[in-house]
Write a protein that binds this ligand. Structure first.
Ligand code: FES
Ligand code: FES
Length: 160
């Protein structure tokens, strides 16, 4: 199959690769760039484990082609922490509130929560649940995740 050149900025670094037009963004991240923090749960846009930010908005990277991300900015869970050895406040809150067990959904949950925090932060439980509605978790029962997100939103709101 004919290959096409894409240039995608991932976590602040530009990557140029020749890819098949059918290559999914999630496979580009995991296989071409070895960023395995973005998980694959269903490959059919249901679970949200593959969620990343594309130009700041959360997308399920199993539903996006790498060619669609050409010239754009992607953030994965590996690019969330402010520096080596430090956690992002959301990651810290997930840890503190026991908002993960097996951790399979966690990267996607954090990315959806991050988009919520950037675009439409609210401490309302319904709003938080709506923000992570596309992310499935089979372990935690969701309440601890909601608690973690709410704590970070509250801190953000009170510091503004
Ligand atoms: Fe993308 Fe499940 S792997 S939504
Ligand atoms: Fe296991 Fe969410 S912590 S799926």
């Amino acid at each position: 199959m004919e290959r096409v050149t894409v240039k995608i900025t991932v976590n602040g670094a530009e990557h140029e690769r020749e890819v098949e037009p059918r290559l999914l963004l999630v496979d580009f991240l995991r296989e071409e760039l070895d960023l395995k923090g973005t998980h694959i749960g269903c490959d059919t846009r249901h679970c949200g484990a593959c969620t990343v930010l594309l130009d700041g908005f959360n997308v399920k990277s199993c539903t996006v082609l790498a060619v669609q991300a050409d010239g754009r900015e992607v953030t994965t869970i590996e690019g969330v922490a402010p520096e080596e050895g430090k956690l992002h406040p959301l990651q810290d809150a997930f840890w503190k509130h026991h908002a993960l067990q097996c951790g399979y959904c966690s990267p996607g949950m954090v990315m959806s929560a991050l988009a919520f925090l950037s675009h439409s932060p609210s401490t309302d439980e319904e709003d938080i649940r709506r923000a992570i509605a596309g992310n499935l978790c089979r372990c935690t029962g969701y309440q601890f995740i909601v608690d973690a997100v709410r704590e970070v939103v509250e801190r953000q709101v009170s510091s503004e």
